[in-house]
Design a protein around this ligand. Structure first.
Ligand SMILES: [Zn+2]
Ligand SMILES: [Zn+2]
Length: 254
């Protein structure tokens, strides 16, 4: 499984891009930064998108991805997520007010966008990968995912506060090779992190105890750019050599 980091931050500046991973060149995991990172040809090669939740920093580039590929694709772009996430995306973005309803354009019988709800529980196959999700703790309905392919699994939590079910899923995955997890705020903003369903370095340390895998690589993302130096210093002070803070552009093979 090839994982390419297109964006890895919790907001945008000229240097920092919102979160998105490209898996095996055809599947996006969140769509915070796509169209500024991929050529038109690369964008047209994306067939499927998995969304963790409907917050803007995780789905904004769906708008431009579907627009850019409107006449380049022969089949709809498939967007997968639990139904509350898809309903929010449809109601608030593709609503014919903020942006066209591409689930009915260019023609209702042959739309550019297909929204496909993911049932809870069992694993299904998307883009040749096994996909399983669990609800995580965040102010809006949010999923964390386990992706499995080629004998390897990766656990991916989008935005999350303290959570349990996703770690249970990780614990029962013997082929787990890495965890992607957010750390948005420095420790001094713990109250804000709790209220907004995010982690600090201290919160991250507590969450990883639940997974209980001493050697598991941990890929950290979704830092808020204005607090980056503080977060980096606090992560370093934890002295955990499993940590890698993502900056965008990294490619991993699992
Ligand atoms: Zn976010
Ligand atoms: Zn969020």
């Amino acid at each position: 499984m090839q994982v390419q980091v297109l964006g890895s931050y919790g907001s945008r500046t000229p240097e920092f891009n919102t979160s998105s991973l490209l898996i095996n060149k055809t599947l996006l995991l969140d769509a915070g930064t796509v169209t500024a990172a991929l050529s038109l040809e690369e964008q047209a090669a994306v067939d499927d998108v998995l969304l963790t939740h409907a917050h803007l920093d995780h789905m904004v580039d769906l708008a431009f991805l579907v627009d850019n590929c409107l006449l380049r694709r022969s089949s709809p772009l498939r967007v997968w997520a639990p139904s509350p996430v898809l309903e929010a995306v449809h109601r608030h973005l593709f609503n014919n007010e903020v942006w066209p309803d591409f689930t009915r354009l260019p023609a209702p019988a042959a739309p550019a966008l297909e929204l496909i709800p993911l049932e809870a529980g069992s694993e299904i196959e998307i883009a040749g990968l096994g996909v399983c999700w669990r609800r995580v703790s965040h102010p809006v309905f949010t999923a964390g995912y386990r992706l499995t392919g080629g004998g390897s699994s990766v656990l991916f939590s989008g935005d999350t506060g303290a959570t349990d079910d996703l770690w249970e899923l990780g614990k029962t995955s013997p082929d787990l090779k890495a965890v992607f997890i957010e750390t948005s705020f420095p420790n001094r903003l713990t109250d804000l992190a709790r209220a907004s369903g995010h982690l600090t370095p201290a919160g991250l340390r507590e969450e990883l105890k639940k997974l209980d895998r001493a050697e598991m690589p941990v890929k950290i993302f979704h830092m808020k750019p204005q607090f980056l130096q503080e977060i980096m210093a606090e992560l370093k002070a934890l002295g955990d050599n499993r940590f890698q803070v993502l900056d965008g552009g990294e490619k991993f093979l699992f």
